[in-house]
Write a protein that binds this ligand. Structure first.
Ligand SMILES: Cc1cc2nc3c(=O)[nH]c(=O)nc-3n(C[C@H](O)[C@H](O)[C@H](O)COP(=O)(O)O)c2cc1C
Length: 357
């Protein structure tokens, strides 16, 4: 799959997973196996040796560059990029740090990345990939980018709010009501890019893709590639603590649900401990500790919980009071595997090798 100047062996992007669920270990190994590995930039300072509890914004960019360097040590020639969330306060800094740190692409959502080309103007080789959940969002982005920056996306990720993990680009009440059609959106974005811009770039389906048959279905339905996140959590190389992975192994489909994030977006997560997250933050936090999000109800009104700390706690193994984001498929995890084993299953590599032998 070609994204801008970068060509991956397999049409697979590993979705960015913050906080530090997809850091150097996972992104590096996915890239080494021939996929596109993404480091999630959101909150990356928090669990960095550079962070002393008070220097969040001063360490974010440095922590990200450390992580990119570690990922390239794993996959020197791999395609490694970052996931940058529009909703964070230091979005511009994290985009620039991605470019300076050698990211080959930036995948950006949780809001419309309307000024992304401006932030990356000095690095034209960095491919730009917006995440959308509607044809309309793709239209808004293309029109703005073309008019203001003479640039168009190098690929588009279409994320399905009915199945994806993490923050979702749809109103809470509309999620799961049957009104969203993922592959109609994929084909709609593809048709829009072709008709309005004569553009043939990868349109990548994200959400609910777990195994080879899901992958083949996505490709049959018109996607050029897939972005997968939850499947990679239960890999040896995933950067989350084993307790986080164990929560996936233990969960049932009915344990997965929707929360309202303090960011003002719905999110999909394991639901059992959500009340405890708030109790813990009320007990230990006197207010917003970092200012990580531009708009946050915990910051402005003390409502809900501190999301960056809740995600960080889960990543470090506190599954009692940590927020465990996951897609609707997380219950399908039955064992810890290697990233290579995931690729073998998805692309029938062992069989292909056996045939060749
Ligand atoms: C633990 C977790 C954390 C996530 N964090 C982010 C994030 O920081 N930024 C983002 O754009 N998407 C995030 N996502 C969404 C994924 O990148 C991906 O698009 C989605 O989960 C795909 O669906 P799947 O998990 O069913 O494969 C996250 C998903 C999970 C499961």
């Amino acid at each position: 799959m070609r994204i801008g100047q970068h060509e991956s062996l397999f049409p697979l992007v590993q979705g960015g997973m913050g906080v530090r669920v997809s850091a150097a270990g996972l992104a590096g190994h996915v890239a080494r196996c021939g996929g596109v590995g993404l480091i999630a930039t959101a909150g990356i300072a928090i669990n960095s040796p550079r962070y002393d509890g008070s220097n969040y914004f001063a360490t974010e960019a440095l922590a990200l560059k450390d992580e990119l360097a570690k990922a390239y040590a794993i996959a020197p020639d791999g395609i490694i990029g970052t996931n940058c969330m529009v909703a964070v306060t230091d979005y511009a800094e994290m985009v620039k740090a991605s470019c300076e740190g050698g990211a080959k692409l930036i995948v950006s959502g949780a809001g419309l990345p309307l000024n992304l080309p401006e932030l990356t103007a000095d690095w034209p080789e960095v491919a730009l990939v917006p995440i959308v959940s509607s044809v309309k969002a793709a239209e808004l982005i293309c029109r703005k980018w073309a008019k203001a920056y003479d640039r168009l996306p190098d690929a588009v990720v279409v994320e399905d709010p009915d199945t994806a993990g993490g923050h979702l680009g749809e109103k809470l009440e509309k999620i799961g009501d049957g009104s969203y059609d993922q592959y109609a959106t994929v084909r709609g974005v593809k048709a829009y890019l072709a008709s309005e811009w004569h553009l043939d770039i990868p349109v990548i389906a994200a959400g609910g893709i777990w195994d080879r048959s899901d992958l083949l279905h996505a490709l049959e339905q018109g996607a050029d590639g897939v972005q997968m996140a939850s499947r990679f959590v239960c890999t040896e190389e995933c950067d989350a603590d084993m307790a986080f992975k164990q929560a996936y192994l233990d969960c049932r489909a009915e344990d997965i649900g929707l929360i309202m994030s303090p960011a003002g977006l719905p999110g999909r997560a394991l639901m059992a401990n959500v009340a405890k997250i708030r109790e813990r933050d009320l007990a230990y936090l006197s207010g917003c500790p970092t200012g990580c999000l531009r708009k946050c109800t915990f910051k402005s009104e003390g409502e809900r919980f501190c999301i960056v700390h809740a995600l960080d706690r889960a990543q470090r193994g506190d599954t009692e009071t940590g927020l465990i984001f996951c897609g609707t498929n997380a219950w399908r995890a039955t064992r810890i595997e290697t990233v290579q084993e995931v690729f073998n299953e998805l692309f029938e590599l062992e069989q292909a090798e056996a045939i060749n032998a």
